[in-house]
Design a protein around this ligand. Structure first.
Ligand code: SF4
Length: 405
């Protein structure tokens, strides 16, 4: 069977309403979010019912799609509330629900007309499993991250369901989140959305009779992060990803910042569009990789995709690296006075150099030469979080541009 290649959807995380707006404005075709309960990011901001209605209206207003993650493994006690929540999501008009648990799937089918996407948490690793979920009524399968390009192609050839794969973001050291480590060490269950990322902690060895003496497990004198995975980045293989015929390319990170979401989305938007402009001459541009390196991240890996034996763990630190600081978001721009109104995020002052990362236009940088507060008073710095400040800009700047150091 030959694979029909269509332009894939770019799907971005929406940890809260601002991140949802950023993702869509910077070029995502669709977003996914979690409600206050029943999604696997219990510590994300997550959406109230009121916010879900607002999010659906905003997303559909742009002609884009919005999916709700309902991907916990439910217990009996959850079922009544889940039934009510699924009916609400159906009325709200979300475009699909992401489900892992078969009980939740039967509830959604019995009580709603919602489209069903099978979450990566269900660990679909072969075409028979994909076909099984498709026959149960799932329109799309989010494949497990632990698959090679060849395996994805094989699943595509043998299953008519839409396929979605992760192309960017943090990975689990265990099987796509099916993990008991956090629950064992802290009582917080990853399978109920409460993971404490215990795999990223620094571990040492202790001999029973020498309490308080910590022996490094690895080579490094600081200890060893034995289970700390690198971050996934399939940008260098985007042509192969697209040629595998998958329907949706997913970015991980509902708990990441607006800066992260906007930056990663803009890069993948440009790369996907570039591939379809000229499929035979696709090259990963240095400027895209530079941009991904500016955003907070652990060292990148292509994970399992090329099965090239590249190490996927990073043993010496769990701290993400980044080369820019997020300083603020442009909320308004006045062309007559060349003034940008900024919602401040990081500390900056007159005399600093700032980079303007725009949703569509080119990134430019300039010195901040003057600054006023919301009342028009001249100020030298903006010390308060989310303070509104006005600065003079050298060039017209798009609303929703991000300012970075
Ligand atoms: S502890 Fe690590 S491997 Fe386990 S679910 Fe959390 S992030 Fe994934």
């Amino acid at each position: 069977m030959s694979i029909n290649i269509v332009k894939p959807e770019l799907l971005a995380p929406a940890g809260n309403f601002k991140k949802l707006q950023a993702a869509l404005i910077y070029g995502a075709d669709a977003v996914y979010f979690g409600g206050k309960n029943f999604s696997l990011r219990a510590f994300g901001d997550n959406f109230t019912r009121e916010e879900i209605l607002k999010a659906v209206e905003f997303t559909h207003g742009l002609g884009k799609k919005i999916y709700a993650a309902v991907n916990i493994f439910a217990h009996n006690a959850d079922l009544d509330a889940l039934a009510d929540y699924l009916k609400f999501l159906d009325r709200a008009g979300v475009d699909a629900v992401l489900i892992s648990d078969l009980g939740v799937l039967t509830l959604a089918k019995e009580l709603t007309d919602l489209k069903i996407h099978i979450s990566t948490q269900a660990n679909v690793t072969n075409w028979r499993a994909a076909k099984f979920f498709h026959e149960l009524g799932a329109e799309r399968i989010v494949l497990a991250r632990e698959l090679t390009c060849a395996e994805i192609l094989d699943i595509k050839e043998n299953c008519a369901a839409e396929l979605e794969i992760f192309v960017h973001g943090a990975m689990c050291i265990s099987y796509s989140g099916r993990c008991w480590l956090s629950k064992f060490l802290t009582g917080r269950d990853a399978n109920l959305g409460a993971c404490t990322h215990s795999c990223r902690w620094k571990y040492n060895l202790v001999e029973e009779k020498r309490a308080g003496e910590f022996f490094p497990i690895g080579e490094d004198e600081r200890g060893s992060y034995v289970m700390n995975s690198k971050d996934l980045c399939l940008l260098p293989y985007l042509d192969k990803v697209i040629q595998s015929g998958v329907t949706s390319l997913k970015i991980e990170g509902r708990m990441k910042s607006v800066n992260y979401v906007a930056g990663v989305v803009k890069v993948y938007r440009a790369a996907i569009d570039s591939y379809f402009d000229n499929p035979n001459d696709f090259k990963t541009r240095d400027e895209w990789l530079d941009e991904l390196n500016k955003i907070a991240h652990r060292p990148y890996t292509t994970g399992f995709f090329m099965s090239d034996g590249e190490p996927t763990e990073i043993y010496d630190t769990s701290k993400p690296s980044r080369s820019t600081e997020f300083l603020g978001i442009v909320r308004e721009f006045n062309l007559e006075t060349m003034t940008a109104t900024i919602e401040q995020r990081g500390k900056f002052e007159v005399g600093d150099r700032a980079e303007f990362f725009q949703p569509h236009g080119e990134t430019f940088s300039q010195e901040i030469t003057s600054m006023r507060d919301a009342d028009g008073q001249e100020i030298l710095s903006a010390p308060h979080a989310q303070q509104i400040v006005k600065i003079r800009v050298d060039k017209p700047v798009e609303i929703w541009s991000l300012i970075r150091s």
